[in-house]
Write a protein that binds this ligand. Sequence first.
Ligand SMILES: [Fe+2]
Ligand SMILES: [Fe+2]
Length: 164
Amino acid sequence: MSEAFSTMFRDEHRQVRDGLLDLSTAFGEREGKRAGELLGRIAALTGPHFRYEEESMYPLLVQIFGPEYIDALIDDHDVAIAGARRLVELAGTELDDADVEEAQRLIRAILPHVSDCDGLSIMVERLDAADVAEIFAARERTLDADLDLLTWDDTVRTRPVLVA
Ligand SMILES: [Fe+2]
Ligand SMILES: [Fe+2]
């Protein structure tokens, strides 16, 4: 079960990684339209992904990491969401050097979470099988709901409170 989880999780991060690196290239080439399309694809992937992490997986990992580190991971999501909003704005404009520089800075602020988050699967291996099953079930629910990142943030997301 946890091996299946790691494989699935790695694959999702790989798609987000590739999307962000392609996005960086698109901004570098001042291809705003292409950047906008990539942002749409990344938002479609990360909406359900962030959601099952915040609704199920991250809270289950508090028993291992304690609440502070998990809270920091959710801070990373806040940074990614705010960055995505600004990147969408930038993609819709005539891109100049300063815009490209800002876009690259925003993308680089998001990238470390992709690799940090992927590393969590080594800890998921230590969760009970029932907990891993619950993460998969949460993932199914979020995929069915199919809310992109910004729609989820606008309509459903409330930051989980992990530190009492
Ligand atoms: Fe993740
Ligand atoms: Fe995450």
